[in-house]
Design a protein around this ligand. Sequence first.
Ligand SMILES: C[S@@+](CC[C@H](N)C(=O)[O-])C[C@H]1O[C@@H](n2cnc3c(N)ncnc32)[C@H](O)[C@@H]1O
Length: 247
Amino acid sequence: MPSTIRQNKSSRRRARRQRRRQALTKIISNDLITRVSDDEYKRKVKRVYGGPQGALLSLASTLSLHIPLGERLFRTRKFDLRGVRSVLDVGSGAGQIARHLIKYCDPETTITCTDLSQPMLRRARVKLKSSDPEFVTADLTHLPFADGSFDCVTCGYVLEHLPNPEPGLAEMARVLQPGGRMFLLTTEDNFGGAMTSRFWYCRMYNRKELLHTCEHLGLVCKQEIWFTKMHKAIRAGGICVEIEKAA
Ligand SMILES: C[S@@+](CC[C@H](N)C(=O)[O-])C[C@H]1O[C@@H](n2cnc3c(N)ncnc32)[C@H](O)[C@@H]1O
């Protein structure tokens, strides 16, 4: 068989497989975020995280290995926290990322934790057992901080709670100093992401599109980070990137 015919056949097969995967992802995913108003959606998110599901968040993060693998990223300095003076953790949840900040930031670094959900921040305070972080209830799209207040921002699995990433990314960029760095981790549009979206009522992002939005806001992707080689091979764990705000 001539090679062009073989190539056409295999590209058609690939396209068919991709369409099947997309259809399956669509069936599994939860599109609440696009079906209800912004206010209604935020109320739902507050209820989910304020209730029993939120109480299980820390356990879920341990079972999914998000906590231990996340710790390894900071311990091995894949995202280097040395020299950071002030860090803002956006959507702290049960303090899954904040606990690593407390452990791996310099002792004089100031740490601020924010979340839309007050009960979630209370849980973080209890779990972290540290007097270090300041806890502030705030919406990611309206952060109560002056421009350039922080030289580092971390945001793990929160951006997917916005129908459109731009206002959230722009707000985090606003409070970040020029040259400051961001650790961004969010749900990707694949099978694993669809399951996450169903359970936690969030959306998924396309990697290319998200990085394009970052670029448009002057947020330069310094590196894509993977929890392990296995995560990279099967595209698991979500979109994890180190971003720098253009100076
Ligand atoms: C899946 S948890 C992530 C927790 C933690 N950052 C982590 O890495 O596992 C998502 C958190 O984002 C918070 N959240 C959702 N929408 C938010 C918003 N618009 N502004 C701030 N926090 C928000 C939720 O209350 C919840 O605590």
